[in-house]
Design a protein around this ligand. Structure first.
Ligand code: FUL
Length: 507
C-alpha cells in the first residue's frame, strides 16, 4: 500500500477520535507551516497515549498463538484448499495455553482466528472453511471461544488476529463482496466472545483464489471495531499500535512513541512482512530513526503511535515437530526481552500450540527458565535504600517508589538534570532500569549513568530514548555512589522509576 493512501486512511479516524474524547485530543498534533523547531519539539513532548494505548503499553509482555490448519499440514502459509477434515487436535486445552502464558508473565494473548488460508477457528456462519466441518469435537468446537473464555477466566487480555488476506474465499478479489464478508466475520468475533483487547491485522496482502486482490476498507473496519469493542487497540495495519519493523524480536535503540504520521512505517509492512517460509530475521533495524528531532522537524502531523515487537519462540510461526529442538533458549529470550520491553516497546512473543492442541513441553521449559531469570534479576532494586539528591528535581522519592500520578520531574523549564544516589554500602549491579511518565509525554532524548570510583566519575552506559521502559545491561560495576545525567529532553524530563539490578551469575 502506498504511504499516501495509508495516511489518508488514518487521518479521518484520528480526527474523529479528537472530537469524540477530549482526553484523546492530546494523542495527535498538527504542525503548522509557521511552527519553528522549538514549537514542534514542544508539541511532540506533550502528545500522550490514549487510554487504550496506555493500557496496552503497560502490559509489556503479550503472546501470539499461531494455531490452525497449518499446524496439521506442517506449513506456514496454507493455500486455502486444505480439507477441513485435517484439523483434528487430540487434546486441545486452551486453559493450558493461558496458564502457561500467565506463568511466564504474559498479560494478553492474541489467537489466529483466521490465517491466510481462510480457515476459521470459530464456526463462522459465512464460510464452510472452518472448525465446524472438522472432526474436532464433531464439528461442534470453537477454538476462539475456548481461548476467550480461558483468558477471561484467568484474568488476562484477549485479542484476535484476523488475516485480511484470504486464500480460500471465492470473493476475495471482489472489493465490495470481500469487505462485506470481512465485516461479517469481524462482527461475529467482536460480538460473541466478550471483551476483546487487541485486533491485529497483518500486512500480507497476496492474491486470492481468482488471482485478484481486493481493496481493503480499513476505515469501515476501524469504525466497526471502535463501535463494538471501543477499548481494543488496533495493531499493525491499524491506528493504535505500530509494527516495530522486524520479526527478529529486536527493537530500536532510539524508540520514539511519537512519530510523524507521514513517516510512520506502516506503509512498508505489506512489502516487508514475511514473504516466504524462510524465517530469516530481517535485521534488527536499530539504526533506523523514526522520531528524532530531524524527523519530526519535517512532519505535518505527529501522533502517538507506539511500537510492538513480534517474534516467534520457534523459527516458524506455526508448530512443526522438526523445530522442537530449535525453540529459542532462555538466554536468547532474555536478550529479546531487554531489546523489546527494554526499548520502549511491547513484546508479542509467538508460542504456537502443537498438534495435540497444547503448548509443547519444549516451549514450556524455556519459558519457565526465562521467567525465573527475569524474576530473580528484578527482585531487588539495589537503589532502594539510597539517599537521593537531584538539585533541580521535584519529588525525588518517586524515583524509587513512583507511578503515573507520583513522579519525579524538574523545576521551572529545566530540560536537563543530574540525579545522584548514595547507597548505604557498595553494591554490584549490571542492569539499569528507567521509566518515564508517558501519560504526560515522552521527553528524554539523552542520558548517561556514571559511578564514583573514589576519585572520578566514570561513565557506565548511556542512551537516548527512555519511554515506557528502558533497560540497559552492562558489565558488572561495584560502587556506592552513582549518578544519572539527563543531558537532553524535549520538555521537563519525568521519571516514575529508576533501578539498578544484578543478573544471576552466569549471564
Ligand atoms: C505475517 C504472516 O504472513 C505470518 O504468517 C505471521 O502470521 C506473522 C505474524 O505475520 O505477516
Amino acid at each position: 500500500m502506498k504511504k499516501s493512501v495509508q495516511v489518508l486512511l488514518m487521518l479521518p479516524l484520528l480526527m474523529s477520535a479528537l472530537c469524540i474524547n477530549a482526553q484523546e485530543a492530546t494523542n495527535f498534533a498538527i504542525i503548522k507551516p509557521e511552527d519553528k523547531l522549538a514549537d514542534i519539539v514542544h508539541k511532540a513532548a506533550t502528545i500522550t497515549p490514549s487510554a487504550r494505548q496506555l493500557r496496552w503499553q503497560q502490559l509489556e509482555f503479550t503472546a501470539f498463538l499461531h494455531f490452525g490448519m497449518n499446524t496439521f499440514t506442517n506449513r506456514e502459509w496454507g493455500d486455502g484448499k486444505e480439507d477441513t477434515k485435517l484439523f483434528n487436535p487430540t487434546s486441545l486445552d486452551a486453559a493450558q495455553w493461558v496458564r502457561t502464558c500467565k506463568q511466564a508473565g504474559i498479560k494478553q494473548i492474541i489467537v489466529t482466528a483466521k490465517h491466510h488460508d481462510g480457515f476459521c477457528l470459530w464456526p463462522s456462519k459465512y464460510t464452510e472453511h472452518s472448525v465446524k466441518n472438522s472432526p474436532w469435537q464433531n464439528g461442534k468446537g470453537d477454538v476462539v471461544k475456548a481461548v476467550a473464555d480461558a483468558c477471561h477466566e484467568q484474568g488476562i487480555g484477549f485479542g484476535i488476529y484476523l488475516s485480511p488476506w484470504d486464500r480460500n474465499n471465492p470473493d476475495y478479489g471482489d472489493t465490495e463482496k470481500y469487505n462485506a464478508y470481512f465485516m461479517n466475520q469481524l462482527t461475529e468475533l467482536l460480538s460473541n466472545y466478550g471483551k476483546v483487547d487487541e485486533v491485529w491485522f497483518d500486512g500480507a496482502n497476496g492474491e486470492g483464489p481468482n488471482g485478484k486482490k481486493p481493496v481493503y476498507h480499513f476505515e469501515a473496519w476501524y469504525s466497526l471495531i471502535r463501535k463494538l469493542q471501543p477499548s481494543a487497540v488496533i495493531a499493525i495495519m491499524g491506528p493504535d499500535v505500530r509494527w516495530v519493523g522486524t520479526e527478529s524480536g529486536y527493537g530500536r535503540l532510539s524508540e520514539w512513541s511519537v512519530v510523524p504520521l507521514n513517516e510512520q512505517p506502516n506503509a512498508g509492512i505489506e512489502q516487508n512482512s514475511q514473504k516466504d517460509i524462510a524465517f530469516a530475521p530481517k535485521g534488527d533495524m536499530t539504526g533506523d530513526d523514526l522520531g528524532s528531532r530531524d524527523k519530526i522537524s519535517k512532519a505535518k502531523e505527529l501522533v502517538w503511535y507506539p511500537a510492538e515487537t513480534d517474534v516467534s519462540i520457534r523459527p516458524g510461526w506455526f508448530y512443526h515437530e522438526a523445530e522442537d529442538t530449535k525453540v529459542k533458549s532462555p538466554e536468547k529470550l532474555l536478550d529479546i526481552y531487554y531489546s523489546s520491553v527494554g526499548r520502549n516497546s511491547v513484546l508479542l512473543l509467538n508460542i504456537p500450540p502443537d498438534k495435540r492442541g497444547l503448548i509443547n513441553e519444549h516451549d514450556q521449559k524455556n519459558l519457565q527458565e526465562w521467567k525465573s531469570i527475569i524474576d530473580h534479576t528484578f527482585k531487588t532494586n539495589l537503589l532502594k535504600e539510597a539517599s537521593v539528591n537531584s538539585s533541580n528535581g521535584v519529588n525525588p522519592k518517586a524515583l524509587l517508589n513512583g507511578g503515573i500520578h507520583n513522579y519525579w520531574t524538574t523545576q521551572g523549564h529545566d530540560t536537563t538534570a543530574t540525579i545522584q544516589m548514595n547507597l548505604p554500602k557498595a553494591q554490584t549491579f549490571d542492569v539499569l532500569l528507567l521509566q518515564e511518565n508517558i501519560t504526560i509525554g515522552q521527553r528524554i532524548e539523552k542520558f548517561n549513568l556514571e559511578y564514583f570510583d573514589g576519585k572520578n566519575w566514570v561513565q557506565i552506559t548511556d542512551g537516548s530514548t527512555v519511554g515506557a521502559k528502558r533497560l540497559i545491561r552492562f558489565k558488572p560495576v561495584t560502587a556506592q555512589k552513582i549518578r544519572l545525567n539527563i543531558t537532553s529532553s524535549r520538555l521537563n524530563p519525568t521519571l516514575t522509576a529508576m533501578g539498578l539490578y544484578k543478573q544471576p551469575a552466569g549471564l
